[in-house]
Design a protein around this ligand. Structure first.
Ligand SMILES: Nc1ncnc2c1ncn2[C@@H]1O[C@H](COP(=O)(O)OP(=O)(O)OP(=O)(O)O)[C@@H](O)[C@H]1O
Ligand SMILES: [Mg+2]
Length: 262
């Protein structure tokens, strides 16, 4: 059984002559344990697709089955329950709350699940550990780097142990080296069984996935297995190979990392 099954999914915003069709006739299956990259031009419907998959938005037509359950039949309240239980979100802009520490940010989803304070702290620190920044648990978002903020956001996505991570431009606000670090983390999580779907504009980020889906004009235009998959660990090793003795990175290309690795 597929983890995700979309059949004939459409999403129209507004009605009448001014309506916008953001998705049309989308059929998609994603198996548990896949790592899927979604690419496509601006306005092609990628975020709309992610919002539908993440139960943040309802399709105007078609059916969505998640883990064998028909999501299109559920009420708003039931959808919120499914979302909290099964899905973790990662966004380009991190969306951490500035007045809370990283541990408190990571613990937020647990409040909604009714987990008690002490247990929340313990689970949050464990999630921060799993993304390599447990030592920053008591800092606020402004006191850490962009890459560390994204790690904290990923820890928050992981803390309730979802089956599915949905990431919309997770590296969009990060430099390429930091982005490669996030891809290393995703590949690690994926190797441990987590299903990941990410939207990206960067071909080299997309190449960390197992499967690539291209969206065009609200439709799934093409689908392929990633042939020359990038392993983020290799990409990062290349960067440290280029580091000077003082630890400063040598001038590394902004684009095309790993493309000419062989
Ligand atoms: N809330 C909304 N109301 C009306 N139209 C919307 C809404 N959200 C998205 N759209 C329209 O739906 C289409 C798809 O938008 P979507 O945000 O999914 O694109 P995208 O592929 O994520 O683009 P980008 O790469 O710029 O993030 C666009 O034409 C957009 O203007
Ligand atoms: Mg978008």
């Amino acid at each position: 059984m597929a983890l995700i099954e979309l059949s004939g999914v459409g999403r129209r915003y507004g009605s009448g002559r001014t309506s916008v069709v953001a998705l049309r006739g989308v059929d998609l299956e994603v198996q548990a344990g896949e790592f899927v990259s979604v690419m496509g031009p601006s306005g092609s419907g990628k975020s709309t697709l992610m919002n539908v998959l993440g139960l943040l938005d309802k399709p105007s037509e078609g059916t969505y089955t998640l883990a064998g359950r028909p999501m299109h039949r559920l009420t708003g309240r039931q959808l919120a329950g499914e979302r909290n239980r099964r899905i973790g979100f990662v966004f380009q802009a991190f969306f951490l709350l500035p007045r809370l520490t990283l541990a408190e940010n990571v613990a937020v989803p647990l409040i909604y699940r009714g987990v008690a304070g002490l247990a929340r702290r313990r689970l949050a620190v464990r999630a921060l550990e799993s993304v390599g920044i447990a030592d920053l648990a008591d800092r606020r978002p402004t006191e850490v780097s962009g890459g560390q903020q994204q790690r904290a956001a990923i820890a928050r996505a992981l803390v309730a142990e979802p089956a599915l991570i949905l990431a919309d431009e997770p590296t969009g606000a990060l430099d390429s080296h930091t982005g490669a670090g996030i891809m290393a983390l995703f590949q690690d999580l994926n190797a441990r069984g987590l299903t990941i779907i990410q939207v990206t504009h960067e071909p080299d980020i997309a190449r960390h996935g197992i499967r690539l889906i291209r969206v065009r004009d609200g439709r799934l235009a093409a689908e392929e297995r990633v042939r020359d998959r990038l392993l983020a660990k290799d990409v990062l090793a290349q960067w440290s190979g280029g580091a000077e003795p003082g630890g400063r990175l040598a001038d590394a290309p902004e684009e095309g990392i790993g493309v000419d690795a062989h």
